[in-house]
Write a protein that binds this ligand. Structure first.
Ligand code: COA
Length: 159
């Protein structure tokens, strides 16, 4: 049974992330979507809201678990006895950051390895902060986020 971790801020989850989740489920049996809770950041959505939104994006998908973690990713992976971390690549610019992060994580432990999946072309430019920016200014984000997220964004920024 191959289990993998897909970590991120997911503030909020976008269709680009959903695309990576779908691709990951083609290569692993179970995926833990792990929301990193950074106490130094002020997120738009609380960890609980983010968990809820992600769950609503994958109704009835028994192979997905949604969790939150604090601290180092490699410590959480070890705690969960997971040796594979999935990351999405959108553009060449992502590669540099991912390469740096994977290299640092590898220095921290050799028990965890990274696999990188390419995001579909139509989502190359999507990021959570751009989606928030469009939503704040009353734009239509339905092409970029799943319906449960769109609904939450509309409610959050209605005024
Ligand atoms: N589709 C759409 N958007 C995507 C995407 C995809 N496939 N992949 C990433 N993004 C977006 C994210 O929404 C995010 O957007 P934002 O910056 O506008 O919010 C941006 O690209 C960066 O995403 P990502 O690189 O995944 O950063 P993150 O903050 O979501 O996650 C962690 C980074 C949580 C994995 C990393 O900080 C971590 O491991 N933290 C734990 C502490 C730790 O171990 N640190 C040491 C690391 S060496």
């Amino acid at each position: 049974m191959r289990r993998a971790l897909y970590p991120g801020s997911f503030d909020p989850i976008t269709k680009g992330h959903v695309d990576i989740v779908r691709r990951a489920l083609d290569v692993v049996d179970e995926l833990v979507i792990a929301i990193a809770v950074n106490i130094r950041k002020t997120p738009t959505f609380s960890p609980e809201d983010r968990v809820q939104m992600i769950r609503e994006c994958f109704p009835g998908e028994a192979r997905i678990t949604v969790a939150t973690f604090q601290g180092l990713l490699v410590d959480y992976a070890r705690e969960q006895k997971i040796r594979t971390v999935v990351r999405g690549l959108r553009a060449v610019s992502d590669f540099e950051f991912e390469f740096q992060m994977a290299s640092m994580n590898r220095r921290l432990t050799d028990e965890v390895d990274f696999i990188f999946l390419m995001t579909s072309e139509e989502h190359f430019f999507v990021s959570s902060s751009l989606v928030r920016e469009v939503a704040i200014n009353g734009g239509d984000v339905s092409d970029f986020v799943p319906e449960p997220v769109e609904r939450r964004l509309r409610a959050r920024f209605a005024s």
